[in-house]
Each structure stands twice: as structure tokens, then as C-alpha cells.
Design a protein around this ligand. Structure first.
Ligand SMILES: [Fe+2]
Length: 185
């Protein structure tokens, strides 16, 4: 599979009546051939921030390869739209929260391994955490332009909501990574 073929599948899903479901159907179809996705995306390191992770961007769809290093935990954050992760390798624990008027309510947790799919609704926030000693690498699909959408993040210590700001995000991520676990909320 070439990267343009992967992009074409999701770009088409973005035009469907229910883009989230159409993208989910594509992910389900692709999970049986993860090696093909890995080869097509070998040229994307997945590190160095969103700008270097994104390999397709449009007003209704963003595709990224994300390489999440061992020992790293995110602060709670949302995506400003629906999001789905197909894990390609490694192990990633996700703690999911419902957001209500800017407040977090812890809902569930799930650990993704190779081939697992995690769908998140627009009102879902999450904490992702790389388990084990190798990076967690995933194909991320977002239902909008992730570089443009208004997004939120929460201080992992005080749970105060903030507009996404990458400098502050990094500070929160370092605090989150030192904590014993995801915030209870
Ligand atoms: Fe996320």
C-alpha cells in the first residue's frame, strides 16, 4: 500500500454521511494488514510534534502517525472533534473522561495492543500512557483539521481546564509522566 492509497480511503470516509463510522469501517478493514500500514508510513517518524506527525490534513479529516515514547503520559486533553486510534505496535493505556461544562468525569480505561481500535467522541477527553519499554505507535484519525480546531487540556494536578497551548502542554505532560497514574477526577 502506498501512502496516497491510505489517504484516499480516509479522505473518502470524510465525505460520508457518518464520517466517524466510515473511518471506523476503514480501520476495521485495515487492522488485518498492519504491516502494509507500517510500510506505507515508515517515512513518518511520528515524533517531533503534530506538525511532523500529520501526513494528511483537510477541514474534515486529519491523519497522523504518532510515536509515543516509553515512560510518557499525557495530561488529560480532548481533540476538538471525534478521534480514533489504531495501535500499530507497543502498548498504550488510555483513561477516558466525559467532559461536562469543562469538567472531567472519569469514565473508563482500556489498554491498546497491536491492532486495537479506540474510538473517542467529541466530548471525550483522555490520558494516554505508553506501557512497557518500547514506544506505542499508532495511526490517529481525527474528524477535522487538528492543527486548527479549538482544543482543551487539563492541568493533571489541579484539573483546571485550559485552551491547548503546546508550551504549557509539555509542562503538564512532564508532571503527568511523573505521577503514579491518570488523575482520578
Ligand atoms: Fe489524544
Amino acid at each position: 500500500m502506498k501512502v496516497h492509497e491510505l489517504v484516499a480511503r480516509f479522505a473518502k470516509a470524510g465525505e460520508a454521511a457518518n464520517p466517524m463510522q466510515a473511518a471506523r469501517d476503514e480501520l476495521e478493514a485495515l487492522r488485518g494488514d498492519l504491516g502494509a500500514i507500517e510500510s506505507a508510513l515508515a517515512y513518518v517518524s511520528g515524533t517531533g510534534g503534530n506538525a511532523r506527525q500529520v501526513f494528511y490534513r483537510s477541514p474534515n479529516m486529519t491523519l497522523l502517525k504518532v510515536c509515543f515514547p516509553a515512560g510518557r503520559r499525557t495530561p488529560p486533553h480532548d481533540h476538538g472533534t471525534w478521534a480514533q486510534i489504531l495501535l500499530l505496535s507497543g502498548e498504550e493505556k488510555n483513561t477516558l473522561y466525559r467532559t461536562e461544562a469543562g469538567k472531567l468525569k472519569r469514565a473508563s480505561e482500556t489498554t491498546l495492543t497491536r491492532g486495537a481500535i479506540l474510538p473517542m467522541l467529541k466530548e471525550t477527553a483522555h490520558v494516554a500512557e505508553c506501557l512497557g519499554s518500547v514506544p506505542a505507535i499508532g495511526l490517529h484519525v481525527y474528524g477535522g483539521d487538528i492543527l486548527d480546531l479549538p482544543r482543551r487540556m487539563w492541568d493533571p494536578e489541579t484539573l483546571q481546564a485550559h485552551a491547548l497551548d503546546w508550551t504549557l502542554y509539555e509542562k503538564f505532560a512532564q508532571a503527568a509522566s511523573k505521577a503514579a497514574g491518570a488523575p482520578a477526577a
